[in-house]
Design a protein around this ligand. Structure first.
Ligand SMILES: Nc1ncnc2c1ncn2[C@@H]1O[C@H](COP(=O)(O)OP(=O)(O)OP(=O)(O)O)[C@@H](O)[C@H]1O
Ligand SMILES: [Mg+2]
Length: 388
């Protein structure tokens, strides 16, 4: 078993504060396994809404759930969104006999229902596959190449990892997507996803995928949003600073898990990966996901102007503005673009993340930080002293 202490602590804290905690993550990332850590009362407080026996136990959900004490876990909540109004009633009891941990593979409908009927009572935590911190720094090569899904990362060989990911994508398209009520032919959605992988790290442009799939631009836009809601793809929106310069308006697209990215690009082994033209972009997406797992920003953007100044990632957290540049080189130095980003965006700090071991400063605000040392950016977790 790979230990996930940071995530467990996050859920524990949320359960202390809130009556309902939603743990959302893509299929197969380890949600159920994590939730079991919290089930001290035992199996009778656990309901898997994909299990027919558990569904039978919930035939009269109100009396069943009201009779239980302690933490109640409801898994695959997207299967029964009509439970939300009941959770609201149950979590408003005084004194409160039980709290709820609900798990789901983040459908858009799920999120909408939660926020409407449980407003003020629910806290949402997003999770994904293993982080580098969880699998250990020395596994960087495998973790980057295979991605963080437990079965892909822990597979006995790169070949069986690839085979697992291939099966995952197929099941996702043939079972999970239709189950969410989305009616898209699997082969078309598969081709679209592969096209996204080819434009990983680039600015989104609907025209090309629309033309090659023979569908309209609003339709490919909808496909993109589905993959986003199902936590497979990340869209980074462009930041707009009022500078009078022309700035980019479309989002940047990343396949969130690098293992799935490499599958969709058809990269089977590390030799093919070594010289692959997308290697640099893959690294960029890898680091972005690691930074999200660590810093949990309030908001995130990229920044680009038409005269070539740019910033890979901008995090807003507790009123602070922190920039990140991501490099796949041995010894990154200060560039004119970094200077412009710090100045024009008024960044408090700019961190340059790279795969080397040592950290070093480039100037007063800019520092090169090793991928193995993301602890350094934990200062993001505290609000700036004296300022709001
Ligand atoms: N920390 C871990 N260490 C080792 N293996 C793990 C870990 N977490 C999960 N796994 C394995 O990964 C697989 C998926 O885990 P789990 O069922 O918890 O994911 P899930 O997010 O609930 O998936 P689904 O959305 O399909 O229900 C399981 O086979 C599980 O044993
Ligand atoms: Mg599960």
């Amino acid at each position: 078993m790979i230990k996930r202490p940071r995530l467990i602590e996050q859920v524990r804290k949320a359960l202390r504060r809130s009556r309902v905690v939603a743990l959302l993550g893509p299929r197969q990332c380890g949600k159920t396994t994590l939730a079991r850590e919290f089930l001290s009362v035992g199996q009778k407080n656990y309901f898997d809404l994909e299990d027919t026996d558990d569904l039978l136990r919930l035939e009269d959900p109100k009396s069943e759930l009201a009779s239980l004490r302690g933490l109640i876990v409801i898994d695959e909540i997207q299967r029964k969104p009509d439970l939300f109004p009941l959770l609201r009633v149950l979590s408003d009891r005084k004194p409160l006999p039980s709290k709820f941990l609900i798990l789901g593979s983040a459908s858009p409908a799920l999120l909408r229902q939660c926020s409407e009927s449980l407003a003020g009572r629910i806290e949402t935590i997003s999770m994904s596959g293993f982080s580098l911190e969880e699998v250990a720094n020395r596994k960087l090569g495998d973790h980057w190449f295979r991605g963080g899904f437990p079965h892909s990362f822990l597979a006995a060989s790169n070949e069986s990892s690839f085979a697992w990911r291939k099966q995952f994508v197929q099941t996702f398209l043939e079972r999970d997507v239709p189950q969410m009520g989305l009616n898209i032919p699997a082969p078309i959605f598969r081709r679209f996803w592969a096209m996204l992988a080819h434009s990983h790290g680039q600015i989104w442009n609907a025209a090309d995928p629309a033309a090659s799939l023979g569908v309209s631009q609003p339709t490919v836009r909808k496909y993109l949003d589905y993959l986003d809601h199902l936590l497979m793809v990340r869209q980074l929106q462009p930041w707009h600073e009022n500078l009078g310069k022309r700035q980019v308006k479309a989002p940047k697209i990343y396949v969130r898990d690098t293992g799935l990215l490499h599958l969709l690009l058809g990269i089977r082994n590390k030799k093919e990966f070594q010289n692959h033209p997308k290697r640099g972009m893959s690294w960029e997406g890898y680091v972005i996901e690691e930074l999200f797992k660590r810093a949990q920003p309030d908001d995130a953007y990229f920044w680009a102007t038409h005269n070539r100044a740019e910033l890979d990632l901008l995090f807003l957290k507790n009123g602070r503005k922190i920039g990140f540049e991501i490099k796949l080189s041995d010894r990154p130095g200060l560039t004119p673009s970094m200077r412009i980003a710090v100045r024009d965006l008024k960044l408090e700090r700019l961190f340059v993340i790279y795969p080397g071991k040592n950290n070093y400063g480039l100037d007063k605000r800019t520092e090169v930080v090793s991928i193995f040392d993301l602890e350094k950016i934990n200062l993001l977790e505290h609000s700036r002293h004296g300022k709001r």
